[in-house]
Write a protein that binds this ligand. Structure first.
Ligand code: PEP
Length: 263
């Protein structure tokens, strides 16, 4: 069975003190979340060390939001994957649309980052998604397929087994516009189909998360879709109740299916 995952991308928000409090609140409320749902939080770099102390020994995983495309050396301002692993990160978000758009991250650079992260034992949360104009032009399948092929097709099956994919339509990120469950499901199924072309049955094991204005009120409908294995959450991850509320959706879905099986 695929892993259910709810990951919070805090982006460039919170001070260190606020981040530590938020992490504590997530840990405290995480008991409400079904045991088969993995919670991950991705604070800014500066928060990783103190937040790692908070999540140590708990079920909450730690992710960074980016990493350098080089192993070490004279790259001022960059943070290497061994530094992230050393501080307790197990995951790294890569290819977020904000990195692609504002910092010119190309697929070629992402191949380097993904491979470096994997070599250091980190699981990349690899983001893909089309822009508004691409969806309006009916090119969303094509764009997402290209992003998958350009980066993930460069991996071996052993490497691919440690990847989490996040489908994040750019037009839905931070806009309040959410893809409908039908829109999200059809593209998640397509991503899995493309992965199967290269990786065969392994594609069934890969968790594919949805991201884009996901909140407690819409998570249930999205997560009930067969190819949606959880969410990458931005704004709603900044409030522990909302973040946990999203993850608790899995509990409500499983209760619903249990009740249906009795009818
Ligand atoms: C994100 O940036 O990964 C994201 C999903 O943001 P939001 O939930 O705020 O749309």
């Amino acid at each position: 069975m695929r892993k259910h995952i709810v990951a919070g991308n805090w982006k460039m928000n919170t001070t260190v003190a606020e981040g530590v409090e938020l992490a504590k609140a997530v840990v405290e409320h995480s008991a409400q979340v079904p045991a088969d749902v993995k919670l991950i939080i991705a604070p800014p770099f500066t928060h990783l060390y103190p937040v790692a102390e908070v999540v140590k020994g708990t079920a909450v995983g730690l992710s960074s939001q980016n990493c350098a495309d080089k192993e070490k050396g004279a790259y001022t301002g960059e943070v290497a994957v061994n530094m992230l692993a050393g501080v307790g990160c197990e995951y790294v978000i890569l290819g977020h649309s904000e990195r692609r758009e504002y910092y010119g991250e190309t697929d070629a650079k992402l191949v380097e980052k993904v491979k470096l992260a994997l070599a250091q034992g980190l699981s990349p949360i690899f983001c893909i998604g089309e822009k508004k104009e691409e969806r309006e032009a009916g090119r969303h399948f094509e764009v997402v397929t290209e992003q998958v092929k350009n980066v993930l097709f460069e991996l071996t099956p052993e490497q691919m087994a440690n990847i989490i994919v996040a489908y994040e339509p750019v037009w839905a990120i931070g806009t309040g516009l959410t893809a409908t469950a039908e829109q999200a499901q059809e593209i998640h199924a397509e991503i899995r189909k493309v992965l199967a072309e290269k990786f065969g049955e392994l594609a069934e094991e890969i968790s594919i998360l949805y991201g884009g204005s996901c909140k407690p009120s819409n998570a249930k409908e999205l997560f009930a879709c067969p190819d949606i294995d959880g969410g990458l959450i931005g704004g709603a991850a900044l409030k522990a109740e909302d973040f946990i509320g999203i993850a608790v959706s899995f509990l409500l879905i499983s209760c619903y299916f249990k009740v249906c099986s009795f009818l």
